[in-house]
Design a protein around this ligand. Structure first.
Ligand SMILES: *Cc1c(COP(=O)(O)O)cnc(C)c1O
Length: 405
C-alpha cells in the first residue's frame, strides 16, 4: 500500500538533496568550525554558506540568524530574551491560538508572576487587532504571535502588528515555523524583531531551528556557553543539520512559486471535493491562509475515527481533537474560534507539500466519502437529511460523549 502523506504541518520528509549535502559532514567534514586548523576552517566556510542561504530565504542579514535545536527552542529563546533584557516590564501579549511552545511558556510565566494577555480570534480565526491594540501598555515587554496557524493555516497580519509594536517600543516576536517556505518573507522590509523557524517543517531534519534576531535588538542568550553564534547561543554547532537547513532554505525559496501555485491548487481541489460530502465545513479564513493547509470538519463523526480509517487506506492526516482516556479536549484553536462542538469534534487537518501529486489527491477524494459514510452509518445521530444539530445537546463530560460512544 502506498502512503499518501497529508500531514506536512506535523513534519516533512527530508529532501534527498538535503540529505546528500549533509552526509559529508558525518564523514570527512568532522572538524569543529571553531578550530584553527584546516579541518575546522573548511567546515566554518560551509557553515557561512549555509547561513547565507537561510538569510536569503528570510530576506535578512546572515548575522541576524541564531541557530537553535528546534522551533520550540527558538520560541523559548525569544520569550526569555525579551523578558531578561527588560526586567522592569512584567506584561506579555500573545494569542489564544498559539502553538504549545508559546502557550505553555505563557502559562509558566503567568505562574511566575507575569501578567499575560491572550488575544482572541473570530469565527474565521482572524486576530482581534483592536483587542491587541488595547492590551498594550507601558508594562508590556513583548508581543508574540503565530504568523501562520499550524492547525488551520490562517495568517495573522504580522507586518501590521510589528509596526504597531515598533511605534510603542514593544519587542515583537513571531512564531513563523509554519510560514517559512510557504509564503514570501522579507525581514529587511518588516518591523519584526524576532522570528522562529524549524528545519523539519521545510524538508530539513528534526533537531535544527533558527531564531532571527534583528540587528540592534537587545539580546540575552538562553543557552549560555561558548562564543558560538556570536555569543548568542553556546554549544558546538550542529554542523550537518545547519548545512541541511541551508539546502532546505535554497529549495524552499526556489519552490515558493510551486507552493503557491501547484500545491495551492491541489489543496483547493481536495477541499472542494470534501465539501461535496454533506454537513462538511472548512474551518478558518479561506482567503488569508497558507497555500498548503486545510482544516475540515465532518459533523456527526469523530476525528480520531476518521484518522484511523484513513490510515488504513494509507492516508496520513491529523486531527485537532484528542478524545482519549475519557478526557475530551477539542482543539484549543477551534474552541477559540467558536467552532461548534459537533464540528470541532470531527475536524481533520490536511497539510500538503510539493512532494504530493494529483494522483494522490484523486485517491484521497475516493477514500474520504466512503470513510465518512461508513462512520456516519454507525452514528445514531446521523440522517441523510440531518438538520444542523442543536449543539447544546452535545456536551462531552469526558467518558460518555454522545459522539465518542
Ligand atoms: C512545529 C511547530 C513548532 C515547534 O517546532 P519544533 O521544531 O518541533 O520544536 C512551533 N511552532 C509551530 C507553529 C509549529 O508548527
Amino acid at each position: 500500500m502506498e502512503t499518501i502523506y497529508l500531514d506536512n504541518n506535523a513534519t516533512t520528509r527530508v529532501d534527498p538533496e538535503v540529505l546528500e549535502a549533509m552526509l559529508p559532514f558525518f564523514k570527512e567534514g568532522y572538524g569543529n568550525p571553531s578550530s584553527m586548523h584546516h579541518k575546522g576552517g573548511e567546515v566554518a566556510a560551509s557553515l557561512r554558506k549555509a547561513r547565507l542561504s537561510l538569510a536569503a530565504l528570510l530576506g535578512c542579514d546572515p548575522h541576524e540568524i541564531v541557530y537553535t535545536s528546534c522551533g520550540t527552542e527558538s520560541d523559548n529563546t525569544a520569550l526569555w530574551s525579551a523578558l531578561r533584557t527588560q526586567p522592569e516590564k512584567r506584561h506579555l501579549v500573545t494569542s489564544k491560538v498559539e502553538h504549545s511552545a508559546i502557550i505553555n511558556n505563557a502559562s509558566f510565566l503567568r505562574r511566575q508572576g507575569y501578567q499575560v494577555t491572550e488575544i482572541g480570534v473570530d469565527r474565521l480565526g482572524r486576530l482581534d487587532l483592536d483587542g491587541l491594540r488595547k492590551s498594550l501598555g507601558p508594562e508590556t515587554a513583548l508581543v508574540s504571535l503565530l504568523w501562520a496557524n499550524n492547525e488551520t493555516g490562517v495568517l495573522f497580519p504580522i507586518e501590521e502588528v510589528a509596526a504597531i509594536c515598533r511605534d510603542r517600543g514593544i519587542v515583537f516576536h513571531t512564531d513563523a515555523v509554519q510560514a517559512v517556505g510557504k509564503i514570501p518573507i522579507d525581514l529587511k522590509a518588516s518591523k519584526i524583531d524576532m522570528l522562529s523557524l524549524s528545519g523539519h517543517k521545510l524538508h530539513a531534519p528534526k533537531g535544527i531551528g533558527a531564531l532571527y534576531v534583528r540587528h540592534g535588538l537587545k539580546f540575552a542568550p538562553f543557552m549560555i556557553g561558548g562564543h558560538q553564534e556570536n555569543g548568542r547561543r553556546g554549544g558546538t554547532e550542529n554542523v550537518p543539520y545547519v548545512i541541511g537547513l541551508g539546502v532546505a532554505a535554497e529549495l524552499a525559496l526556489r519552490r515558493l512559486p510551486e507552493e503557491n501555485g501547484r500545491v495551492r491548487a491541489m489543496r483547493d481541489r481536495l477541499e472542494e471535493g470534501l465539501l461535496r460530502i454533506p454537513s462538511t465545513l472548512v474551518n478558518g479564513d479561506r482567503e488569508n491562509r497558507l497555500p498548503n493547509t486545510s482544516n475540515v470538519s465532518f459533523e456527526y463523526v469523530e476525528g480520531e475515527s476518521i484518522l484511523f480509517h484513513l490510515s488504513h487506506a494509507g492516508i496520513c492526516a491529523s486531527s485537532g481533537s484528542a478524545c482519549t482516556s475519557g478526557s475530551l479536549e477539542p482543539s484549543h484553536v477551534l474552541r477559540a474560534m467558536g467552532v461548534p462542538f459537533t464540528a470541532a469534534h470531527g475536524s481533520i487537518r490536511l497539510s500538503l507539500a510539493t512532494t504530493n501529486t494529483e494522483a494522490e489527491i484523486d485517491k484521497a477524494l475516493e477514500v474520504f466519502p466512503a470513510v465518512i459514510k461508513k462512520l456516519r452509518d454507525l452514528s445514531p445521530f446521523w440522517k441523510d437529511d440531518a438538520p444542523a444539530l442543536d449543539n447544546s445537546l452535545l456536551t462531552c463530560d469526558g467518558g460518555s460523549c454522545q459522539i465518542c460512544n
